[in-house]
Design a protein around this ligand. Sequence first.
Ligand code: PAF
Length: 285
Amino acid sequence: MSDGTPASAPPVITTIAALRERFPARAVALVPTMGALHEGHLALVRRAAELADEVVVSIFVNPLQFGPSEDLDRYPRDLEADLALLAPLGVAAVFAPAVDEMYPDGPPQTTLRAGELGGRLEGRTRPGHFDGMLTVVAKLIHIARPAHLLFGQKDAQQVFLVERMVRDLDLEAHVEVVETVRAADGLALSSRNRYLDESERRAALALSRALEAADSAADRGIDAVIAAAQSVLMGEEHVEVDYFEVVDPATFLPVGDDFRGTARVLIAARVGPARLIDNDAIYLN
Ligand code: PAF
């Protein structure tokens, strides 16, 4: 309804960044987890607290990202222990929904697809894993509306795909990646390390040692990198290598002989009952 005063035209915003600056998201940082928390998760929470006034940690073992023969049923769940670890960190809330809360109509009909990369590396051994992971992360973003979303570098392919999803779908959350936290002997912390007995845990060190060997050989080129890692892994009892690959971090495709710059070395192996992954950056010149 006009009162006779000429109405000023609404401002025109032509970029996504400007629109978002005008209508900001909430200043919450979300740390998505599946529980069974360890120091790696706590490092994410500490970094989250630097980025936002309020930190929300989600704990949800997402059935959608487990294959039929995977460890969904035995995945460690101990909410009390997780809450005790989070207590000193001043987390604003833990979001720990039941499966029915997240998927009230049963398995969702509308899901995200991780594309071609979703079927490579981790996705080759775990078909559908990344579709399920992206679907739940997108849901969590819509639910918590975080300004920041934190992930560990240990899950390098997950990080790459989440960052890609955020760009592809113009999601508002900023993705913050935190370095892998390792035990004193080099083993990357993982909730699945709990599956290992003493000798398997010792054998699992082959993963981080292979990455160290790869790094030491980097100045001799990609073939030397692969040979160095193989010599560590070969003959290691209990360790069944799934893949060892050197990728361009910009594309996640294998590097060629002519690649120069920082590459990422990825390794996945079955060690006794656990499937473990690890990765590191190397410089190829
Ligand atoms: O990395 C994880 O723990 C899970 O993949 C995540 C990101 C919490 C989604 O379920």
